[in-house]
Design a protein around this ligand. Sequence first.
Ligand SMILES: *Cc1c(COP(=O)(O)O)cnc(C)c1O
Length: 391
Amino acid sequence: LKNPPAPPGAVPAQRIRFEVAERRAVLDRVDSALATGHLTQGPQVARFEELARTWTGTGTAAVASGSAALEIALRVIGVAGRTVLVPVNTFFATAAAAVRAGADVRFVDIELAGLGMDPDALRDALDRHPDTAAVLPVHIGGIVAPSLDEVVALCRERSVPVVEDAAHAFGATLDGRPAGGFGRFGAFSFFPTKVAVSGEGGLLSAALPDDLEQVRRWRDHGKSAQGSTLHDRPGSNWRLSELHAAVGTVDLERFEHTLALRRALGVRYDALLADVPGLRPHALPAGAGGNYYKYLAYVDPEGPLDRALLKKRLRERHGVSLAGEVYDHLLCDHPYFGGGTDDGTSASASPGGPYERGRWFARHHIALPLYPSLTEAEQVRVVDALRDELS
Ligand SMILES: *Cc1c(COP(=O)(O)O)cnc(C)c1O
């Protein structure tokens, strides 16, 4: 995965940029790891965890990936042989982690204001599955949905632990409270497409010190205590290396600036898009301090172009690449979960069918390019291209 080659003037879907001084800082930290021989689970990982705490407001434990973070949280809770509830609109990894942890996955529809789990659909699912061992809300696009408060309350009433899939949401808040601090665990990813990166990497946030201690056991082959050669659970190698932490610490040291830039870009898109016909930006709900992992907007279903054609024309005629959707297929439609055809004609794709809101969202949203190095001129170019194609 790398920055794609782009013709001059083109606006790519994504651009990862480390300035010279930042690259030097990474190299210095890698050099110190090599000089000391401390290549994994050392001072850089500790520093990475410490920097991340500023943004989660909880204790933290670094792990190898966002997927590992999700699986470990579910292993600590113990979900094998029971139901785990997952929103129908999320990345495959959310559900796959639950499958690997031995759970039966069931899907829940979303609500369209904050793209969180729909509380009524969740209540129904909890009634239908009294064996539910965990609920996994996902902060789609970096929005911590106001509906999360109700989701957490419903789960608390029934003593069901919540694991936030906060892979999109590092630095995002709801009513000033950070993502990762609402559930028993928050799972973050530092994969290159996310708002903060370490190459590969993940992190768990948790309020309870014992939960974090259990994470440290699971991530290190299930050792019964640090330094022990006795193992009391089927852990794995879910550790973060010092070399990845060297990248991650440099990125987290600039994260306050990253977040400010992303938010300013989001606000500027709001203003620029005001007079573009046939396109409605997704308004951030009151209280949601989004991180603009995705700048989401909806293409008018009655408009001249469908999403696929719009994306093709933007790319071919204007050199503008949109970012990837979050997501274009519901989990229930993936072949692994027994999904039907891909062409939108299957019975489950009919309007009014199951997961109606998730299906509407999956079909109609787009994500505009948004990353800290995006310039105002590039934003204007994106918006001009949209206006041209949609008018
Ligand atoms: C990226 C992502 C993950 C997985 O993270 P990795 O670091 O790639 O394992 C999980 N859930 C969601 C919602 C994601 O976007």
